[in-house]
Write a protein of this length. Structure first.
Length: 302
């Protein structure tokens, strides 16, 4: 059972889809779309926060990306009229949607060797990104995003202690003038092992919903943040991630110094998303803020 009309979708793409299955619910809904031996993924974009010009920029990035033997991206699929973005009736409202090719392959092993390979793949993605694309590219300005997060957290009753740490300690550090010189470019925005598959040595990245232009350390810090909960193994995995990245794109001393800040920045972006788009129980907020407090209570060096 699905809430997307299979026959309607088939008519839009002049294809014969056999099944449409929900695989990820929530704010951004993702459906697996099957056609004989082919598999695609349909993304229903959240109803607020992603205006059409930003989605158009994502489509432009993915169509213009120059893949090679080592790195690729999930390409959007054009409808029969040549457009990439559809209006879909869902839940009594109109949502924007796009169909994407499936990325085949396996995930990276959660080992030091696997994280070295993932780090190298992320660096290759950064080096292969186009410099100029059409559409409205989101600005990933760390200071502005932190300030937006503080405004969103202000509405959450239990956020007082964490918000104080962010405002009084973290934000001042992030505003150091030298950080404005960090190498910048197009970032994936949610770079972690769940958004990439590897097949015959070629890494295929997908889910660019959070992409934008900002310091490249955002992606590396996000990837490290996703490894921070791996218990005693986390430090070794993060070190391997950075080692692998530097084999392809060496980091400056400033980037290495700033990387712990961008791990914490990933935590803040997570809090912003939860506060802006999700409804959590008091118990879940308490757990979330306890975890965030631990993240802001420690820094590590690379």
């Amino acid at each position: 059972m699905t809430d997307i009309d299979k026959d309607w979708l088939s008519s839009k793409y002049a294809r014969s889809f056999a099944a449409v299955e929900l695989v990820v619910g929530g704010v951004n809904r993702t459906y697996r779309v099957r056609e004989a031996a082919n598999t695609f993924y349909l993304r229903l974009y959240r109803k607020s926060g992603r205006p059409l010009p930003q989605i158009a920029a994502e489509i432009c990035l993915l169509t213009e990306f120059k893949g090679d033997a080592e790195v690729a991206v999930s390409r959007p699929v054009a409808a029969k009229d040549g457009t990439y973005v559809l209006e879909v009736a869902w839940g009594g409202e109109s949502r924007l949607a796009c169909l994407f090719e499936s990325v085949e392959g396996d995930g990276f092993d959660l080992t030091r060797a696997g994280m070295e390979q993932f780090g190298a793949a992320l660096a290759r993605l950064h080096l292969a990104m186009p410099t100029i694309i059409g559409g409205e590219v989101r600005s990933l300005d760390p200071v502005a995003i932190v300030q937006d997060s503080l405004q969103a957290l202000h509405r959450i009753r239990q956020s007082k202690d964490v918000a104080r740490k962010i405002a009084h300690d973290y934000l001042a550090t992030l505003q150091r003038p030298e950080l404005r010189a960090l190498p910048s470019g197009l970032c994936h925005g949610d770079a972690w092992t769940g958004n990439v598959r590897v097949h015959q040595g070629r890494a295929g990245f997908f889910d660019f919903d959070d992409f934008g232009r900002g310091p490249l350390a955002i992606d590396l810090g996000t990837a490290a943040w996703h490894l921070a909960d791996e218990g005693p193994a986390s430090d070794g995995l993060i070190t391997a991630l950075v080692t692998g990245y530097e084999k392809i794109r060496p980091l400056s001393a400033l980037e290495k110094d700033a990387l712990p800040l961008f791990m914490q920045f990933a935590e803040i972006r997570s809090l912003l998303f939860l506060a802006r788009y999700c409804v959590l129980t008091d118990e879940m907020w308490a757990y979330t803020f306890q975890r965030a407090g631990c993240m802001f209570g420690k820094l590590r060096n690379f």
